[in-house]
Design a protein around this ligand. Structure first.
Ligand code: NAD
Length: 466
């Protein structure tokens, strides 16, 4: 067989590109805890877990505080890597997300054992580790999820094997390396969290099927949650959302406008909790839109909306899905396609409730606004747009009945009143943070306690001292 020069150069190019996907750029930067095969990763993490069983809660806490320190120190590097690898999101916002993970993800203080005492003695209920946990992470918060999961899972006494999203695996694996550096610096075992250089569906299957893995956690869209729930193992599924935000006539409209622009534009609308469509009561809709423009949003109209639809979404047989190329891109890039020069953080437009911008979870800095007659119509349409995900919903109102009714009807895991959506994960609101919000399996905002199993220890007729 004759091979010409062009074919040889093509073959060399393919080999080199496979090599760079499979292995770190150079040996010096080899990531700690990241392996060529899932089999090796599973072996290493099983060994680490056996060692970790003998560590005290105080030692777990030392490890976690080192993870927090390195995450704070390397937040900018992680943020830049995330944006450059995935092409999604904003560096400045990703820095905030990493700092939030470092500061507000609960550690061992989240584990509270309980006790029952009475005539028959004393019973202890303690929160024990599962063992090795298998975690599948998304492309939208790749390193945030790895670090947040690691803190909670390690606090619970577990070890972790990650199968990150293939399009964000460099960033996720940098985070795996960071966690291992922290563990080692705090005197912990090697490979307490592991991953593979080239995650695929096969490595994911191997991880899920491995007897070494006692619990599974998935953060992502509906596909991965379905797969996980059919695994036959204890599973936590954190799935998709499409959060509506309602503004009624009793709200502080200027503040609502500012809050919605801040929440919907944060990290280019990648967060699953971010406002993705707005329902505004007609009597205040003009004021709200003007307020959003004052807050820096860019209003587009008519044919511009039609043009943007063709860019952001793909239509097939009357059904719309996201154009993945455009997920998490800057608003200015979309506007450039419309011939507009602007560095706005958010595009807004008026649409009907059945518009694809309202119905599809886009994860793009584009917020459709739907005018409604009153709160009844707002709640009906917002609940429909949430599609029963029961993930997140938000409202700006001072009417207690409206606040209460929407919360009851939408039944979401997170419900934020009179603040940007990110208040729901502890940024400007009370409460801890997480990047794994488990609606489908009901754990809610996951933390160390979610990654433990209860064990009961009974002492009959003793140790009950009164
Ligand atoms: P995605 O569903 O495409 O991927 C998530 C992970 O699942 C990746 O690691 C991917 O490789 C894997 N995966 C996908 N389909 C799979 C299957 N059938 N079997 C096994 N693994 C599979 O999601 P994404 O685009 O990376 O992230 C965005 C989605 O995740 C959005 O829907 C968003 O709402 C959701 N999300 C939810 C939360 C939450 O806490 N509930 C957090 C972040 C993102």
């Amino acid at each position: 067989m004759n091979i010409d020069e062009k074919q040889i150069s093509e073959i060399v190019k393919n080999i080199l590109s496979n090599m760079s996907a499979n292995t770190p750029a150079n040996e010096e930067r080899k990531y700690k805890g990241v392996f060529d095969t899932m089999t090796e990763a599973l072996e290493a993490v099983s060994k680490a877990y056996k060692q970790y069983r003998s560590y005290s809660v105080a030692q777990r806490e030392q490890i976690i505080s080192k993870i927090r320190e390195l995450t704070r120190n390397e937040a900018e590097e992680l943020a830049k890597l995330g944006v450059s690898e995935t092409g999604m999101g904003r560096v400045s916002d990703k820095i905030i997300k990493h700092k939030l993970v470092a500061d507000k993800t609960p550690g061992t203080e989240d584990l509270s054992p309980s006790v029952l005492t009475g005539d028959n003695g004393l019973t202890l209920i303690e929160m024990a580790p599962y063992g090795v946990i298998g975690s599948i992470t998304p492309s939208t918060n790749p390193s945030e999820t790895v670090i947040c999961n690691s803190i909670g899972m390690i606090a619970g006494g577990n070890a972790v094997v990650f199968n990150p999203h293939p399009n964000a695996c460099k960033t996720a694996n940098y985070a795996v390396d960071l966690v291992n550096r922290a563990v080692l610096a705090a005197g912990g075992p090697e490979n307490l969290v592991v991953s593979v250089y080239k995650p695929t569906m096969d490595t994911s299957k191997e991880m899920m099927a491995s007897p070494a893995v006692r619990m599974l956690v998935a953060t992502g869209g509906p596909g991965v949650v379905r797969t996980l729930l059919s695994s036959g193992k204890k599973a936590i599924g954190a799935g998709a959302g499409n959060p509506p935000v309602i503004v009624d006539e009793t709200a502080d409209i200027k503040k609502a406008a500012r809050d919605i622009v801040a929440g919907a534009s944060f990290d280019n609308n990648l967060p699953c909790i971010a406002e993705k469509e707005c329902f505004a009561v007609n009597s205040i809709a003009d004021e709200l839109i003007a307020g959003m423009q004052e807050a820096g949003a860019y209003l587009i109209k008519d044919s511009q909306i039609e043009k943007l639809l063709k860019i952001a979404l793909i239509e097939k047989d009357g059904k719309y899905s996201i154009n993945k190329k455009w997920v998490g891109k800057d608003a200015g890039k979309f506007l450039k396609e419309l011939g507009i020069n602007s560095d706005t953080r958010l595009i807004i437009c008026e649409t009907k409730a059945n518009h694809p911008f309202v119905q599809v979870e886009m994860m793009m800095p584009i917020l459709p606004i739907v005018r409604v007659a009153d709160i009844d119509e707002a709640i009906d349409k917002a609940v429909a747009a949430e599609h029963g995900n029961r993930h997140s919903a938000h409202i700006h109102s001072t009417n207690i009945n409206n606040l209460t009714r929407f919360a009851r009807e939408v039944e979401t895991t997170i419900f934020v009143k009179n603040a940007p959506s990110y208040a729901g994960i502890g940024a400007g609101g009370e409460g801890y943070t997480t990047f794994t919000i488990a609606g489908p399996t009901g754990e809610g905002l996951t933390a160390a306690h979610s990654f433990t199993r209860q064990r009961r220890c009974v002492m009959v007729d003793g140790l009950h001292i009164v």
